[in-house]
Each structure stands twice: as structure tokens, then as C-alpha cells.
Design a protein around this ligand. Sequence first.
Ligand code: APR
Length: 177
Amino acid sequence: MERTIGTTRLVLVEGDITEQRVDAIVNAANSRLAGGGGVDGAIHRRGGPSIMEECRRIGGCPTGSAVVTGAGNLPARWVVHAVGPVWSGGKRGEDDLLASAWRESLERAREIGARTVAFPSLSTGAYRFPVDRAARIALGTVRDWILEHPDVLDEVRVVLFDRATYDAYAAALADLP
Ligand code: APR
């Protein structure tokens, strides 16, 4: 499923983030940039040790923000490590922190000159953010950012690992104003 906003394509696909041939892929990282399971584990496993070496030099990244490293052996050129919030009921600023993680990732992509960027579903795995709510926040944030930054990105691809997550993002995209 896809939609064009200005000159930027917003595309949803079911797949694996580590296989995407785009300028930058986004990692669902933690604030210590210490690695983990899920997306983070897959990126470090397939990308090789150079990514963790750079993460160690950077040291960390606050929740709601994002930092850039190279992509090692991955087909992408850069990895944008975004730190989404841990869900803890919704009253601790989780919505704003999730929006911020998406926005900051798009900012990092713009700063490095990426034209194509692929995101996973930040925070909806180990961090337990409800997926329908996350999908609406994520795609609304992408849309607003694209409208504020016309002609910066050719494609924002959201790569969903399973059908249920894909369906949640497809519903959110269909409802997007
Ligand atoms: N490609 C795309 N999506 C994937 C992949 C993959 N290779 N592997 C897992 N996913 C999906 C999950 O199914 C989920 O829908 O990505 C979504 C995000 O899940 P997590 O990777 O668990 O990310 P998050 O919820 O943000 O938790 C981050 O988990 O691995 C640790 O170090 C990481 O502490 C951090 C936390």
C-alpha cells in the first residue's frame, strides 16, 4: 500500500528491515545503544561489528531522539538508531516521545542527505506500545514532516514484520487525512 504526499512516496511493505536497499534504515534501539533482540539484534547481526563500535563511541541516545552510524555489511548506507518509549499505560508522555523518535529520525536522514529511508514499527515489540495507536502516531508524524519538508525525501518505507502489524499501519494510512 502506498500514498504520495507532495513528491514523497509513503510506502508500507511486509518484510525484514535488514534487507532494504535504501539510503538509511532506522533501528529500534535502546537509550544505551547497547544492542538487543528484535530489529536491533537483526541489524547488528547482519551489519557486523562496525555498527556496535560506532554506537560505543557515541555512548547513548535519549528516548525520543536518534543518532546515525554507518551500516556495515547491510545494503543500506546508514543506520539511524531511534529510541522509542517503553509503553507504561500512556500517561507518561509515550505518544509525544514516539512522535519525536519518528521526527528525529527523519531529521537525521535529512542531515546526512538520504533520499530514501526505511522504518520498522518503533516501540511496538519489546517496548509493548499498542500497535494501532503507534501506527496512527507514526504515519501522522511522517505526513506532517513531509508537508513541512517538501522535496527532501523520495521515499519513506515502513517495513512491517508480520501481517497483523502491516494491517494496523494500512488502516492508519487509509484513515490519514
Ligand atoms: N524487520 C522489521 N521488523 C522487525 C524485525 C525485522 N528484522 N524484527 C522484529 N521486527 C518488528 C517486531 O515484530 C515489532 O513489530 O519490529 C517491531 C519493533 O519491535 P522491537 O524490535 O522489539 O523494537 P521496540 O519495541 O522498539 O523495542 C526496543 O528491544 O531489541 C530491543 O535493544 C532493543 O531495547 C530495545 C527494545
